[in-house]
Design a protein around this ligand. Structure first.
Ligand code: COA
Length: 333
């Protein structure tokens, strides 16, 4: 069995930064409310002047990841694309990036596990490399969420939280100390509708859309915020400990925890619960909001860029989100 490692990371954020004060001009909210509840100061939203799809943002992040990996794009032998905001109902975004990159007819897999999507994708990449099936896998998390948010006072609980952006990583067979120790994936489908968007889907609104009789609420995300918060803080802690225990590490051994950037209050709660120091946790939700499946690779890429994570560091990634799904990955960068 082979080990796998992350050899290159990249990210792409749309230029258009939207501050809390900008939002308070279009809905009944305030900088104070948003900062106090979420820690978010601004988010990036694709605008009409610089239109981008999630596959295009994923492609841009991929170019940076491949460059940083120092390999030729033609050495990539598989693509995994995590998103809940794909360009099309079908096909998935993976094939679109295969085409944009102009690489050979390699396989492209799409993952729909929302905020946990990048960890799920990383887990699959790790297993593919461990078995020897592939050597260099491009893993992408990218989301274009702003067009579906309800930017009126009705949708303010959600629209102030979410942002657009993309992150990518090249996962390769390792011949040194860098490796992914383990990944841990969980789900609890009984809570599937507590954080969801029902349509358009085959049974929710697709037919009605054609006759203009669809209920628009089906096409706006719904979140039971307090329930999500309560479950997230429990599951984050559990799944981080699961990864550490499995590999016989302690919390003191962790150089950097990158929690999915759901809400700064959630990250701070976990940090306190686990007794992590400020320098052991990386957050950037303040600038970008919650970018769902893109948040972990964006944060990882920035943390490396800012030298908060160096080669040889023990890094823990953890996520919680729609499904509910949650997961972690423990790795030596
Ligand atoms: N601006 C101003 N007021 C707002 C608001 C906004 N953007 N959104 C909601 N409110 C109001 C509500 O209408 C409510 O008003 P009321 O008391 O008059 O009815 C009040 O603020 C409190 O709403 P509530 O939903 O109870 O707030 P909360 O303290 O639970 O905070 C969240 C809401 C969404 C910030 C919080 O539940 C949360 O962070 N949940 C987890 C979200 C998350 O992490 N999601 C991502 C998962 S991957």
């Amino acid at each position: 069995m082979y080990n796998s490692q992350i050899i290159g990371l990249g990210h792409y954020l749309p230029q258009n930064s939207v501050s809390n004060d900008d939002l308070s001009k279009i809905m009944d909210t305030s900088d104070e409310w948003i900062q106090e509840r979420t820690g978010i100061l601004s988010r990036r939203w694709v605008d009409s002047e610089n239109k981008m799809s999630s596959s295009e943002m994923g492609y841009k992040a991929s170019l940076m990841a491949i460059k940083n990996a120092g390999i030729d794009k033609n050495e990539i032998d598989h693509i995994l694309f995590a998103t809940i905001s794909p360009d099309y109902y079908f096909p998935g975004n993976g094939v679109l990036v295969q085409d944009l990159l102009g690489v050979g007819t390699i396989g492209a897999t799409d993952i729909r596990n929302a905020c946990s999507g990048f960890i799920y994708a990383l887990s699959i990449a790790n297993a593919y490399i461990q078995t020897g099936l592939y050597k260099n896998i491009l893993v992408i998390g990218s989301e274009l969420q702003s067009p579906v948010l309800d930017k009126t006072t009705n949708g303010r609980d959600l629209s102030v939280i979410f942002g657009d952006g993309a992150g990518a990583a090249v996962i390769s067979r390792s011949d040194n100390q860098s490796k992914i120790y383990s990944t841990h994936l969980h789900s609890e489908g009984k809570n599937s509708l507590e954080l969801s968007m029902k349509g358009p889907s085959v049974i929710h609104g697709m037919t009605e859309l054609k006759t203009n009789t669809a209920n628009p609420q089906l096409f706006s995300p719904y979140m039971n915020g307090q329930m999500v918060f309560k479950n997230a803080i429990v599951r984050f802690e559990e799944v981080i400990k699961e990864a550490l225990n499995k590999n016989e590490f302690t919390i003191e051994d962790v150089n950097c925890l990158i929690p999915h950037q759901a809400n700064l209050r959630i990250s701070q709660f976990i940090q306190k619960k686990l007794g992590l120091k400020n320098e052991q946790v990386f957050n950037n939700i303040q600038k970008y909001g919650n970018t769902t499946g893109a948040s972990i690779p964006i944060a990882f890429s920035e943390a490396v860029e800012q030298k908060r994570i160096k080669r040889g560091d023990l890094v823990c990634l953890a996520a919680f989100g729609s499904g509910f799904t949650w997961g972690s990955a423990l790795l030596r960068y």
